[in-house]
Write a protein that binds this ligand. Structure first.
Ligand SMILES: [Zn+2]
Length: 80
C-alpha cells in the first residue's frame, strides 16, 4: 500500500471510499503493474481531462502528471 501514499494524500474524501471488491483485488495482486492496471479505470473516472489531453501534454517517458509515480506512458497515457 506504500504506492498509494502520494495519491491518498491528494485524494478527495469520496475517492477514498473504494468498493470492497476493488480493495480485495489490490491485496491479492501486489505487483505495481497490476495495481496501476486496477487504478486506470478509477483515474479515467475521476480525471477525464488527463485522458482527453493525450498527445499534447507531458512526455510519454516522463512521470505522469497525476502523481502516481509511474511513467506517463504506463499510466494515464497508456494507449491500450
Ligand atoms: Zn497517471
Amino acid at each position: 500500500m506504500m504506492l498509494f501514499i502520494p495519491w491518498t494524500a491528494r485524494a478527495e474524501p469520496e475517492q477514498l471510499f473504494l468498493p470492497r471488491e476493488f480493495i480485495r483485488l489490490i491485496h491479492a495482486r501486489r505487483s505495481p503493474e497490476d495495481t496501476m492496471r486496477l487504478l486506470a479505470p478509477l483515474r479515467e473516472h475521476y480525471h477525464p481531462k488527463i485522458q482527453a489531453r493525450r498527445g499534447e501534454g507531458p512526455s510519454r517517458k516522463g512521470p505522469c502528471p497525476c502523481g502516481s509515480g509511474e511513467k506517463y506512458k504506463r499510466c494515464c497515457g497508456k494507449t491500450a
